[in-house]
Design a protein around this ligand. Structure first.
Ligand SMILES: NC(=O)c1ccc[n+]([C@@H]2O[C@H](COP(=O)([O-])OP(=O)(O)OC[C@H]3O[C@@H](n4cnc5c(N)ncnc54)[C@H](OP(=O)(O)O)[C@@H]3O)[C@@H](O)[C@H]2O)c1
Length: 274
């Protein structure tokens, strides 16, 4: 079905839609698919599932050829809430099931018990509403507990912040030991890595931009990456980064840029692994 590089059944490069309301998400999805991208990342929280669906429909590429992810927002983790919220997402997404369903965040301040909402999540999977399930922003301890709660059901990915300036090693290494692929969100640090002299130099040596080098770095580490842009030319350029092969010495140079600079952090976050 997909000719693109895959990681655990997921096209390695996707298009992210956070903070792209309405037509912005719609056009972004159409442009990404036109560029050849077959993996779209949305969430209940982004408020754009219906616009993502319009984009997929109007792209002309059959839904079955697109890998579609959505995420359950923690506000929907209350007793009996997860399944109806996913059904609502599927309605908005105009699909019978998503390819990947994630728990977007662990419940902030443990408002809802993990055992309960993971149990509900398992029921959603068992009911066939998602082809695969996974988590996002889960720490080592939460991931271990969730694996135990899910039993035979497999966690396909842990989607976490990861970019040249915040390589998130504790959780990335833990996922590596567990054989769970990492999906790197905010892979361009929301623009903050742009202009970095090392990335620019490495990009230039390959005739590409520093942003493309930054994305190729994460893919060289085996991660799935989901950059976002509202501009057609950048969407195309970002997707081209999958063709770039960095030398081991270049990967090592970018590894050395890590400075623990988290861009997504707030009161709702778990206590991160250090
Ligand atoms: N699971 C979670 O909790 C979580 C959290 C955050 C993000 N995510 C997912 O990850 C996706 C990507 O993360 P993100 O949107 O936070 O950040 P990002 O992809 O690191 O950066 C997006 C920003 O970089 C700019 N940009 C993109 N490509 C560029 C290029 N080639 N040259 C220059 N600037 C460029 C964009 O501006 P323009 O639009 O002007 O191009 C935008 O401001 C999200 O859309 C979402 O799907 C998930």
């Amino acid at each position: 079905m997909h000719s693109e590089p895959m990681v655990a059944g997921i096209p390695q490069m996707g298009y992210g839609t956070w903070n792209r309301p309405g037509d912005e998400a719609y056009h972004g999805v159409v442009w990404a698919i036109e560029a050849g991208c077959r993996h779209i990342d949305t969430a209940q929280d982004y408020g754009n599932e219906q616009d993502v669906a319009r984009g997929i429909r109007d792209s002309g590429v059959p839904r079955k050829d697109i890998f579609l992810t959505t995420k359950v927002r923690p506000e929907n983790f209350g007793p009996g809430q997860v399944m109806p919220s996913v059904r609502e997402s599927l309605d908005k997404l105009q699909t019978e099931k998503v390819d990947l369903l994630l728990l977007h965040w662990p419940s902030p301040q443990n408002k809802y018990p993990l055992e309960d909402y993971v149990g509900q999540f398992a029921e959603v999977y068992d009911a066939g509403l998602a082809e695969r399930i996974g988590v996002s922003n889960f720490t080592k301890a939460l991931l271990d507990r969730t694996i135990a709660l899910l039993g035979e059901r497999k966690i396909t990915t842990n989607q976490v912040e990861c970019h040249a300036y915040m390589q998130n090693r504790p959780i990335v290494e833990h996922c590596g030991r567990l054989g769970i692929p990492v999906t790197a969100y905010s892979p361009l640090a929301r623009g903050r890595i742009l202009g970095d002299p090392v990335l620019e130099r490495i990009g230039k040596a390959h005739g590409v931009t520093g942003a493309q080098a930054a994305l190729a770095f994460l893919m060289a580490k085996g991660m799935i990456v989901i950059p976002s842009s509202g501009k057609k030319e950048r969407i195309v350029a970002n997707f081209e980064a999958r063709k770039l092969q960095l030398a081991p010495a270049e990967v090592a140079e970018i590894e050395a840029l890590d400075r623990g600079m988290r861009v997504v952090n707030g009161a709702w976050c778990p206590v991160w692994d250090v």
